[in-house]
Design a protein around this ligand. Sequence first.
Ligand code: FAD
Length: 290
Amino acid sequence: MALLNLKEFHSPRSLADARALLDANEDALVLSGGTFLHGLEARGLLSDVEALVDIRRIGLDAVEIDGAGLEIGATATFARLQAVPEVGTEAWLGALADALTYPPVQIRNTATFGGCVAAACPFFDIPTALLALDASVDTDGPDGGRSLSLSELFMGLFANTLDTGELITALFVPRPAGRVASAFLKLEGNANDLAIVNAAVRLSVDAGGVCTDARVALGGGVAESTLRIPSAETILLGAKLDEATLRAAGEAVADDISPMSDHRASAAYRSALAKVMTRRALERAVARLS
Ligand SMILES: Cc1cc2nc3c(=O)[nH]c(=O)nc-3n(C[C@H](O)[C@H](O)[C@H](O)COP(=O)(O)OP(=O)(O)OC[C@H]3O[C@@H](n4cnc5c(N)ncnc54)[C@H](O)[C@@H]3O)c2cc1C
């Protein structure tokens, strides 16, 4: 990897020091796990970067789970989350547990949650799961902090809505009330490749098995951003989650996507697969509900 204009590398030990470095140089880039810098550089997106600010030593890697939800420090790695027992056992977090199984072990040991959502790459898996789980990010910027939903964070292909010098400090996944399960599935061309299509869902049901809340999210090039699928959510809400409903929700996703054609798949193939992957992710979540 060659960052053509790179002149400085910084490794601050506190958020305040990182803030000062980012405020002093608007051409500085936040470095976290560093696993996607080559991907951004190969697309010509780092040509203006003059300094790297490595945030892995500023103490943002805590992970906490309680009655309110799951708080993930921005520099917590995927492997760190996989080691949290509840992530593997609690049905409401099923989508996250599923998505974390796909990246190769070297990436899981290095890639961070802040980096994976800040990259705004529609082909990643974990952001699709986090979107279905209603996750939000907390940030620290030149004008203070704010909280953003992932839909507000993702602006387009490799573009987010963070201001210059603004960094993500943590992610929060709220714990939904009641009987809830989530699930994630990915279609990849070969092992360790990025997604052709991925799907994540979260379903809540009442005692009679009627759906009281639904989230459907798709990624993998079905649009320029990972996105929610309201057309499918509307079909699920208030319905019994039987085979016909899950099939109808899968068919409905076509209304909300604009798939791209690239070296991995054509738009038509992605469109067909998005329906199937959505239905299968719903079936997996329904199985977890019982
Ligand atoms: C071989 C390989 C296989 C992979 N397989 C998968 C897979 O199967 N599934 C999957 O989902 N992903 C996969 N990935 C992608 C991987 O998930 C991303 O590379 C990773 O999530 C990026 O996180 P990072 O911490 O390394 O970010 P970095 O590379 O450090 O940064 C990425 C971008 O985010 C910015 N950034 C980082 N942290 C912050 C922050 N806290 N605040 C603001 N901006 C920030 C950086 O400035 C940069 O623009 C794979 C990657 C590789 C290289």
